[in-house]
Each structure stands twice: as structure tokens, then as C-alpha cells.
Write a protein that binds this ligand. Structure first.
Ligand code: HEM
Length: 386
């Protein structure tokens, strides 16, 4: 049996002296534990991630308020593929440099767009786990940044990537950017946006204020998204449209008709659409929606868009469309979507311990919550660095 003898105490004291003689940046593995298990790692300082309380102020509101005027991004500010987050950063609801924490993301999408807490938490968790650094609680809403170094020990590859890095979150069949296998997947494309407008012209509603065929409707999104799928199926020989990507991309179509409309009349016309997509600014006299938009609401809206032209998940393999093998249930169920997301996140996330593991668990739990999945049962299983 181990007893605490004076010799053992002396040995422990000597070990502690040796350990404290290391500079603060000593790799944790040298003094025990895995990378990131301690409070510092090669200049990175651990920041504990906490799911913030649900915001109580969730009614209609004029956005932006006087404290959040538009300020154009400078050359060193990060902006990326999400028109919602770019707009929030341009108005200072997110840090103007485009580097955000989990809590800042949840607050900003709640305050600016009335995105409900659990939906916002799940998206923000995916952002930090997949494309940020869960040890220091940061993600770039654009591309790789020196502000967001890779995870301790580079356990998920040599760069944190940022939300603009392809895979895990940024994906194929976007509304205003090409697929990575086809062209410029990073920047807003006028050519695609103009096509989007032609769909508003063909299928949109009339408005006495903005003109005939100027209102973006569910029908517009049904037809435009289907068109974009067919376009990429024909043009992108490596199209990847897994179940998670399919659902997330249709969720983003649902965001357009549920988070971008003016809360005063629930209308999104081409002026408002252009303000968000082209100029990445809130339109004049714009109000956020009058009730929080949650996961179930958005999934129902996304299903409504998808069901006009039902699709099966799949990939183009050397240009040949190949449906994916069924996952768990073989249907578009939320557990399959969650599983597929986990297949893309790095398995190394759950080979951690200590403080980093605490943050990873907090984020995995927040991500699983709206899907109704026990996060401990479906861990990340993807390749590091993808
Ligand atoms: C924390 C919350 C959010 C995160 C982490 C996030 C992240 C992203 C990412 C990575 C993409 C690129 C996906 C792709 O390749 O299509 C994207 C697209 C998009 N996001 Fe967000 N987003 C968030 C919230 C919002 C909100 C609140 C809105 C609307 C108010 C929004 C609207 C959109 C739209 C419309 C697209 C599609 C852009 C396109 O297809 O060209 N997002 N988002």
C-alpha cells in the first residue's frame, strides 16, 4: 500500500521544484498530462468555455442600435463565407477583427438576428471545434489568422483554418460562392448572386414598395437551391453533398427567409437581400425578427425548401454522381446529421484530457443538444487536420 513517507514528500518537493523551474511555456507533456491539459501551452493561455445563460430580451428590436454603426473591415480584419457573421462584425456586434469566442458568437447572433440560444450554441460549438481553437476559445470568421493558433500539440493539424476553410462547415452548393472543386469558394460571387436575383424575378412576390417580383419567398429558395445543386452536380467533378452538408446548406437557405426579413413585416426584398449579401450591413430601419428562431423552426423551414425537389446525399466521384450509403437509420434523421458532423470533426479532440478536454466536452454537449443526442455516445471520429 502507498503511504506518505518523508522520503516520498521530499521526492515530491524536488519534482515540484524541477517542474516550476520550467518556463510557463514548457510543453505539458514534459511535466505530465497531454497537450493542453494544463493552463498554458507554448504561449497559448487556456480560456474556460462556458455556455452563457439564455438571453431574456428576445423581442423585436431596431438593429443596429446607435452603439453599432457600420464600419467597413480593414485589411487585417477577418471576414468569411457567412453573410450573417460578416454583418455582425462590420457593426461591432462581433469583434471587428473577426476573431470571436464561443460566447461572443452566441450573444451576437441572438442580439442581431434573434437566433435562439441552443441553435446559436450548436453552430458556435461546431465553429470552435471544427475551425477554431477550443483551448483558447477563439475562431476566425474568415481564414487562418495568427490570432488563432492551432490546438496544443497541433493535434488537429498545423492550422486552425477559420470558418472559410473548406470542409466541416464551409461546403459545396453554397448560394453565392462556387464549390472548391469548381472555382472561387472563398469570396462572394456576383455571377451567382445575379442568378439568385433572376430566381427572385421569376418566382418572387410583388410588393407595392419594392416593386413586382422583388420579394424573396420560400418558392424562390426552393427553386434556386435546386438549381444550384443541379449546377454543381454538372460542374463540380468532386461535389460533396453528404447528409450533414445537405442539411446545413438547406438550413442556410432557411436563414435567408427567416433571419434576414425585416421583423416589422417579415418581408425580405431584393434591397434587404443585397444589403446582407453584397454590402454585409444591416439595411436602413431594419428590425430583427420578433421571436427567437430555434432549431426545430429552422429544420422545418429547411425541410419545406428541400421537399419541393427532394435530394439524396451523395458525391460526384470523378464526375459520376454516387449516392451515399445510408448511415444509421438511412433517412434524413437528426441523429444521422449529428453522426455525419462527428465523422468530420477530429477524433483527436477526445484523446485530450484536463482543461482542453473540459472545453471540448462543453462544446460537444452544446453541439449535440438540439439534435437530442447523448454527446458521450457519438464522439468525433474524423481525421485530424482535415
Ligand atoms: C454562430 C452562428 C453562425 C455560424 C458559426 C455560421 C457559419 C457559417 C458558415 C461557415 C457558412 C458557410 C457555409 C457554406 O459554405 O455555405 C455560413 C453560411 C451562411 N450563413 Fe452563417 N453562421 C452563423 C449564423 C448565421 C446567421 C445568424 C445567419 C443569418 C442571419 C447566417 C446566414 C448564412 C447564410 C445565408 C449562409 C449561406 C451563404 C452562401 O451560401 O453563400 N448565418 N455560415
Amino acid at each position: 500500500m502507498l503511504s506518505i513517507t518523508p522520503t516520498l514528500l521530499l521526492a515530491a518537493a524536488a519534482w515540484l521544484q524541477t517542474a516550476s523551474a520550467f518556463p510557463a511555456t514548457t510543453p505539458d507533456s514534459i511535466i505530465g498530462g497531454k497537450p493542453g491539459s494544463g493552463a498554458t501551452w507554448q504561449g497559448q493561455k487556456y480560456v474556460k468555455i462556458v455556455v452563457p445563460p439564455v438571453q431574456s430580451d428576445t423581442g423585436i428590436k431596431l438593429i443596429p442600435d446607435a452603439q453599432h454603426p457600420f464600419v467597413a473591415p480593414g485589411p487585417n480584419d477577418q471576414r468569411g463565407p457567412c453573410p450573417g457573421l460578416n454583418t455582425l462584425a462590420n457593426h461591432g456586434y462581433l469583434p471587428h477583427n473577426g476573431i470571436a469566442t464561443f460566447e461572443q458568437l452566441i450573444y451576437a447572433v441572438g442580439e442581431g438576428f434573434n437566433m435562439e440560444h441552443d441553435l446559436a450554441s450548436a453552430l458556435s460549438a461546431l465553429a470552435i471545434l471544427g475551425r477554431g481553437n477550443a483551448y483558447i476559445n477563439k475562431v476566425s470568421i474568415g481564414f487562418a489568422s495568427s490570432e488563432v493558433p492551432p490546438l496544443p500539440g497541433q493535434i488537429d493539424g498545423p492550422t486552425a483554418g477559420g470558418l472559410g476553410k473548406h470542409g466541416r462547415f464551409e461546403g459545396d452548393v453554397s448560394q453565392t460562392r462556387f464549390d472548391i472543386g469548381e472555382g472561387d469558394y472563398k469570396n462572394f460571387q456576383n455571377e451567382l448572386y445575379d442568378e439568385f436575383l433572376t430566381y427572385v424575378g421569376r418566382y418572387g412576390d410583388d410588393s407595392p414598395v419594392s416593386g413586382n417580383a422583388s420579394v424573396v419567398t420560400v418558392k424562390v429558395m426552393q427553386e434556386y437551391k435546386y438549381h444550384r445543386f443541379l449546377q454543381e452536380q454538372a460542374n463540380d467533378p468532386n461535389l460533396e453533398f453528404s447528409i450533414a452538408r445537405m442539411i446545413i446548406s438547406y438550413d442556410e437557405a432557411a436563414f435567408v427567409v427567416n433571419f434576414f426579413p425585416n421583423g416589422t413585416d417579415n418581408i425580405i426584398d431584393t434591397y434587404t437581400l443585397g444589403s446582407f449579401f453584397r454590402n454585409q450591413t444591416f439595411p436602413e430601419n431594419w428590425h430583427r425578427r420578433s421571436s427567437p428562431g430555434d432549431f426545430t423552426f429552422i429544420q422545418t423551414a429547411a425541410a419545406n425548401i428541400l421537399n419541393a425537389h427532394p435530394l439524396v446525399p451523395g458525391t460526384n466521384q470523378k464526375g459520376v454522381w454516387t449516392p451515399d450509403a445510408p448511415l444509421n437509420t438511412g433517412s434524413v434523421s437528426f441523429t444521422d446529421v449529428h453522426l455525419n458532423i462527428m465523422q468530420s470533426l477530429s477524433s483527436s479532440l477526445v484523446q485530450t484530457e484536463g482543461l482542453l478536454r473540459d472545453n471540448v466536452n462543453t462544446l460537444l454537449q452544446a453541439l449535440a443538444k438540439p439534435f437530442g443526442v447523448d454527446y458521450t455516445k457519438v464522439p468525433p471520429s474524423g481525421k485530424p487536420g482535415q
